[in-house]
Design a protein around this ligand. Structure first.
Ligand SMILES: Cc1cc2nc3c(=O)[nH]c(=O)nc-3n(C[C@H](O)[C@H](O)[C@H](O)COP(=O)(O)O)c2cc1C
Length: 196
């Protein structure tokens, strides 16, 4: 698949089929992530590939967070969302039924410059990962929600203090692919300024 096609096809998938993803495909996707640009070419990202009961443990923590976060949300608050509140909580608790969840980590840093550089480099890796998955017919959903309970994530996945989780994505064959959300400024008139 051409890169431009993958960019346009990629969607935040929140419902997955249970079929496993092959080791080879996961390796291909992580190799694409590992080829992202990085500040000073430090390539300081790491990946945790989560399967089996560990996904359930992560979901227990994240599902609790979302249930609490949305406790007082009524129908009006959910308007515009493709989900009911219950579906939203279920997605969080099961990662949409995906057989794999990938966590992208970066090095922790003391200074704001390094924090930014690390975050941006790891985000580039994350985007490569999503696009490679799309090219292989797999679904993903960039998620930072699970980081709200970073303590639980660190405990469950034994993430050491010198690493920082940046983003999480389920990975699997989509059970449902949502429509592309419309661009706020499709002609780019407001978002681009050409200077000479
Ligand atoms: C930094 C970031 C954090 C996100 N966090 C979540 C999340 O916690 N939960 C979720 O369901 N989607 C999350 N998303 C996915 C967005 O909701 C999604 O990308 C957006 O609605 C546009 O849809 P699309 O990805 O299909 O174009 C996140 C996306 C980004 C880039």
């Amino acid at each position: 698949m051409e890169v431009l096609e993958a960019i346009h096809k990629r969607r935040a998938v929140r419902r997955y089929r249970p079929e496993p993803v092959s080791r080879e495909d996961i390796q291909t996707i992580l190799d694409a992530a590992n080829h992202a640009p990085s500040a000073m070419n430090r390539q300081q990202w790491e990946f945790i590939v989560v399967t089996g009961k560990k996904i359930g443990e992560m979901g227990e923590s994240f599902g609790r967070i979302i249930a609490e976060y949305t406790r007082n949300w009524d129908a009006a608050r959910m308007r515009g969302s493709p989900f009911t509140r219950e579906e939203f909580v279920r997605f969080a608790a099961t990662y949409g039924g995906a057989p794999v969840v990938i966590v992208v980590l970066t090095d922790t840093a003391e200074t704001r410059d390094f924090q930014r550089a690390n975050l941006e480099s790891a985000s580039a890796a994350m985007q490569n990962l999503l696009l490679a998955a799309t090219a292989l017919g797999l679904g993903t959903c960039w998620m930072t929600g699970p980081l709200q309970d970073e303590k639980a994530l660190r405990r469950i996945l034994q993430i050491p203090g010198d690493k920082e989780p940046v983003a999480v994505t389920p990975l699997g064959y989509p059970a449902e692919i949502p429509d592309a959300p419309p661009r706020l400024d499709p002609s780019l008139e407001q978002k681009v300024r050409w200077v000479e």
